[in-house]
Design a protein around this ligand. Structure first.
Ligand code: NAI
Ligand code: MG
Length: 498
């Protein structure tokens, strides 16, 4: 995506070290404790803002506001009214798209050329859910007990939804959680990641500008242990939608038992990328690389276990390493940056630990893996994109989610073998397959245990297509027909007519 404006000019108008309050009941507020969290630019380490360190009492206030709105002003909105609000929000996103992208870049480091490129997808998502608002319906059921009985179902919003998101895609994650809630008539308390809380606050401003009644959408900034945990256990929250690590997803599932919350979990992965011997190699290399390096590896669907047919293995890895070396690291606000930083020093250290473990366990580091320190990278959490060869299935780097720019490559000999190996993981989020053979594509897609299988492509997301994991990658779908159902309860009505 070409950048036709100066991102740094917008950056200066957005964040200059100021305090950015959170949004509860239509008001911009500090934490009740008065405490704050610092937010820094991961590409430079520079402090860019502070946000409230919201905790239990703030979450309670937000949930009360969401409950009042759910029972009050928002319940008066017809589906058409909700559709109009969503369309107004979409228009405001359109108008403010450059600011949203610059904010995401500052918040979590993603290159501006990449964030700008999500425009159609993110705004299209808002309009998709606007359309869904007027398409909700129950069923008429032919009663099999008696001809004098009429039976039908109604679909009703579940109520107050707690949305907890990670740092890696603040705009898209916020929209994917909030838009279906608004379409169905639910209200929301969003808890952004403490590592990237700024864009969700900007999004709350746009929601307010769109005329959403007070309390329909609330954004509480704070840590996972304080604000997140309270939201997950809150007795008056009906549903939690969560994206993040598997360990936190398990904690949220446990916390939800108290009032039997409805829970959707989009968790981690260790997705296989399978390059068959008949693959179009030139096409597959950049896609397999960016399947991991996009978001500097901090992406749940990262295709981080790369299985390459032995016949083409060396050629493929050579091309992959060259591609990795060609990627331009830099500050996300520079229009030609292809790879940004990792979110913070802790995550960078964690990824470096995995790189050390790969070496210690006998894998060959073909390229990358070191800190990138050159001009313009000072103070940032930059790692050179890495490719490991000679990896075995048992190595830590082949089993655990690294969440960094690290590809673990392994040869395979037969399709049966690679399917078995690809499925030998506790995760099941996504998979990639490159082949020119339609039969191979269908057979493999059927046998791979993953929520999404991309053939001769990767990464595509569409609100009309269900997305979500199997096994330890979570449960519930975002997108597709199942998505809105998860924000609705079904009621059966029986009427005796005689
Ligand atoms: P996390 O899963 O702990 O955090 C995600 C969100 O959950 C944040 O908003 C956080 O504040 C919140 N949270 C944390 N603990 C919570 C709790 N007990 N109850 C309710 N909410 C809670 O991920 P984190 O700490 O940011 O990163 C740790 C590791 O998790 C990463 O190194 C990465 O490996 C993995 N991860 C995977 C993601 C994925 O999409 N697959 C996304 C984020 C992290
Ligand atoms: Mg955490």
């Amino acid at each position: 995506m070409t950048v036709s404006f100066d991102p740094r000019k917008i950056a200066d108008t957005l964040y200059s070290g100021q305090f950015c309050p959170m949004f509860i009941d239509g008001k911009w507020v500090a934490a009740q404790s008065g405490e704050v969290l610092e937010v820094s630019d991961p590409a430079s380490g520079r402090k860019i803002a502070t946000v409230p360190r919201g905790a239990g009492a703030d979450v309670d206030a937000a949930v009360s506001a969401a409950r009042r709105a759910f029972a009050g002003a928002w319940s008066k909105y017809t589906p058409y009214d909700r559709q109009e609000v969503l369309l107004r929000i979409a228009d405001l996103f359109e108008k403010n798209w450059e600011r949203l992208c610059v904010s995401d870049t500052l918040d979590m480091g993603l290159p501006i050329a990449r964030t700008l490129g999500n425009k159609r997808r993110v705004i299209g998502m808002l309009r998709f859910y606007a359309g869904q608002a007027t398409a909700l319906h129950g069923d008429y059921i032919e009663n099999s007990v008696s001809q004098s009985m009429i039976t039908f179902t109604t679909r009703e919003p579940v109520g107050v939804v707690g949305a907890i998101i990670p740092w890696n895609a603040p705009t898209a994650a916020s929209v994917w959680k909030i838009a279906p809630a608004l379409a169905t008539g639910c209200t929301v308390v969003l808890k952004p990641s403490e590592d990237a809380p700024l864009t969700p606050l900007l999004i709350a401003q746009l929601m307010q500008e769109a005329g959403l009644p007070d309390g329909v959408v609330n954004v509480v900034t704070g840590t996972g242990a304080e604000a997140g945990a309270r939201l997950a256990e809150h007795p008056d929250v009906n549903k939690i939608v969560f994206t993040g690590s598997t360990a936190t997803g398990q904690a949220i599932a446990r916390a939800g038992v108290g009032n039997l919350k409805r829970i959707t979990l989009e968790l981690g992965g260790k997705s296989p990328m399978i390059i068959c011997k008949d693959a179009d190699i030139a096409k597959a290399i950049p896609i397999a690389a960016m399947a991991v390096y996009a978001h500097s590896g901090q992406i749940c669907i990262a295709g981080s276990r790369l299985f390459v047919a032995r016949e083409i293995h060396d050629e493929f890895l050579h091309g992959l390493a060259q591609f990795a070396q060609s990627l331009k690291l830099g500050h996300g606000l520079d229009p030609d940056t292809e790879l940004g930083p990792l979110i913070n020093a802790r995550q960078t250290g964690k990824v470096e630990g995995y790189i050390a473990s790969g070496r210690a366990e006998g894998a060959e580091l073909i390229t990358g893996g070191a800190r990138a320190l050159g001009a313009g990278l000072e103070g940032g959490n930059f790692l050179q994109p890495a490719v490991f060869g000679n990896v075995t299935d048992a190595m830590t780097i082949a089993r655990e989610e690294i969440f960094g720019p690290v590809i673990s490559a392994m040869p395979f000999d037969t399709l049966d073998e690679v399917v078995t190996r690809a499925n030998a993981t506790p995760y099941g989020l996504a998979a990639g397959i490159f082949t020119r053979d339609l039969g191979t594509a269908h057979k493999m897609a059927k046998r791979i245990k993953a929520g999404s299988v991309w053939v001769n492509m990767y990464h595509a997301i569409d609100p009309a297509v269900p997305f979500g994991g199997l096994k330890m990658s979570g449960y519930g779908k975002e997108g597709g027909v199942e998505h809105l159902q998860a924000y609705l309860d079904t009621k059966a009505v029986w009427i005796q007519t005689e």
